[in-house]
Design a protein around this ligand. Sequence first.
Ligand SMILES: *[C@@H]1O[C@H](CO)[C@@H](O)[C@H](O)[C@H]1NC(C)=O
Ligand SMILES: *[C@@H]1O[C@H](CO)[C@@H](O)[C@H](O)[C@H]1NC(C)=O
Ligand SMILES: *[C@@H]1O[C@H](CO)[C@@H](O)[C@H](O)[C@H]1NC(C)=O
Length: 481
Amino acid sequence: MLLPFLLLLFYGAWAMPFDYYGGFIEQMIADQLTELVKNDTTPVTVHPSIAKMLESTATPPPLGHPVLKEILGYGDVAPTPVPVQTTWKVAHFNGGSKIVVPAPDSILSYVELSIQFKTEKSSGVLFFWKEDAKFLTVTLENSFIKVYASLGVDATILRSENAVSLYHWHKLEVWRSGKGVLLKVNKQGWVESELHASKSEILERTGHIFLGSPDIQDVPTVMKDIDGFSGCVKRVRLNGKSIVMQSVYATNVSECFQDPCASFGCPKGCISHNSAPVCQCDWPKTGRKCTDLSDTTISAMKFLGFSYLEVDNEDVMSHITGDSLDMAVNFKIRNTTQHLRQILVSGGDVTHEDDFFELSVDNNKFVRFALNLGSGTVVLTHPKRIVEDTWNTVEVIRKKNSVKLSVNGEDPISTFAPDGAEQLNVYRNVFIGNNHLPEGSTDGHDFAGFDGCIISVKFDQTIINHPIQTKAAINIQDCAI
Ligand SMILES: *[C@@H]1O[C@H](CO)[C@@H](O)[C@H](O)[C@H]1NC(C)=O
Ligand SMILES: *[C@@H]1O[C@H](CO)[C@@H](O)[C@H](O)[C@H]1NC(C)=O
Ligand SMILES: *[C@@H]1O[C@H](CO)[C@@H](O)[C@H](O)[C@H]1NC(C)=O
């Protein structure tokens, strides 16, 4: 009784791929299998992804359904559900996602590429093509766009003039014609470079294009080892044609919801993080949509990474902008797997070209103080690593252009800001737990908001230890110590 049923099940599983996985995979597998059966002793070069799929097959497989069943990942017992085929206008990549399509023949003679993207992380591989020793890849590294290109001999690396912001749409264009390579990002100027030589040998194959995660084994050594892209991609054009982002070519790709904030209904501000909306709730409001009220007694202020305090008290500002300051922060940082620089206190120019100061904990948990009084930036990084989940006191003492940083009362380190200016001209307010981020700013950010608790921030005699003392207190909770 059971046998006919099982047979039916198997037949269904084998037949399905043809219905769902249209032309590409079918053709690719057919090609590879033809190559395999031509000669069962000589090794055949197959695309790594196919090789991987074939790994479990010890002997060369005969043509036919049973093999396809194996290759397409259908188990021996029950078929896994086949996803419905979709085409994304705007696709979301999560760092491990990729879309792999055959490269057009013309890629060997020229490249004319444009991609519109919105990134959620400051680094990731956007576009990857490599065949033999020739390659062209586009990555995002510390918020700058980089292009790596080679025609099989030397390699060149281009970097965009400026960084690109997170969570905003950008457009990049890359051209390669002859040995020349050009990069343009948004309205920034062209960046160009020239390769010295080209391998003249004609390649018979063009390989594949990867959007998102590249093939790890295939990554050229000049490239840093970085994850795939995180964010949204729309309209990818390569050599006059659009790359259609279809689910049959894709792994871990989903629909990009353009603005998760648009329909979420935050009463005030909203920011998008990993394509999820985060409401900016004015203390004491709290909760997903700021509908709850937090306790107004606060033992320490809890910052969630998306929190900040904006301070405009005149007595604080007069100390900040004067020619001396004694600032102390009593805090603990949460133990997370996130390793980004976290801002404790900041003020002034966020591009760091003009007067600013910024006290942060860097990605390796060292306390860092940066300052520009108008004649150049100095950075102090304290050599004593702070421990997560334990309380710390950091103190910064500035007298004119001399700066001293101490962590938990131990071995202060000091330096001098370049001569020429002695006052910190910070006109905007001071921010605790994050930086001021102007709307639509075009600079990239490799830091995150503070994730932990702050008992107090002292600016000379003024102590801030409660949201009520500030102009704005966003997403602050009680740390309950
Ligand atoms: C198959 O392999 C054998 C032994 O390696 C070789 O002599 C023969 O030329 C190969 N045939 C083809 C069609 O590649
Ligand atoms: C990709 O998706 C598979 C399941 O479809 C999952 O197991 C895997 O963890 C995902 N990888 C990433 C990087 O998200
Ligand atoms: C932080 O978390 C990691 C992993 O969960 C753990 O091994 C480590 O001991 C923690 N550090 C502290 C200071 O609690």
